[in-house]
Write a protein that binds this ligand. Structure first.
Ligand code: FES
Length: 153
């Protein structure tokens, strides 16, 4: 069961600006992203204008502002994966899903994120779908990988 937004916020002292990042992290862990309500309530709680909360949150790559898809695809862009063509893999995933990195498909089925090293460098280039690794990929593999998840819905 999901923890209520107010309950997460109230774990932190009111007016404590140092709490901003851990608070946003906790909300994102629980909900998967930060919505407008969360930004407004956090701002009110720590006594910082919501525009500033949003500005700070957008500065960090780790925060998302739209919900993840049913299948969340992470494409590694760490050094080893980069050396093995992860840029092409990312472009191909974007092409097949018709969404850009950082976005979620309109039907809510897929979301795409480029991430740093996922610790599977020996099998580069890799991507990860809801925690499941797909390794040593080549561009022609991508459509097949995505079709597999499309057909499992
Ligand atoms: S660089 Fe991609 S898994 Fe390490």
């Amino acid at each position: 069961m999901q923890v209520a937004l107010d309950e997460i916020i109230n774990r932190y002292k009111s007016g404590s600006r140092e709490s901003l990042l851990p608070l946003l992290q906790d909300i994102q862990i629980e909900y998967g992203y930060l919505n407008e309500e969360a930004i407004l309530k956090v701002g009110k709680h720590i006594k910082l204008p919501s525009s500033k909360v949003y500005g700070i949150a957008t500065f960090y790559d780790q925060f998302r502002f739209i919900p993840k898809g049913k299948f969340h695809i992470k494409v590694c862009r760490g050094t080893s994966c980069h050396m093995h063509g992860s840029s092409g893999i990312l472009r191909e995933v974007e092409r097949v899903l018709n969404i850009k990195e950082g976005h979620t498909s309109r039907d809510g089925r897929f979301s795409l994120e480029a991430v740093s090293c996922m610790g599977a460098c020996g099998s580069a280039p890799v991507l990860n779908v809801n925690g499941e690794f797909k390794t040593a990929l080549s561009i022609p593999d991508i459509a097949q990988v995505i079709d597999f998840y499309r057909s499992s819905i």
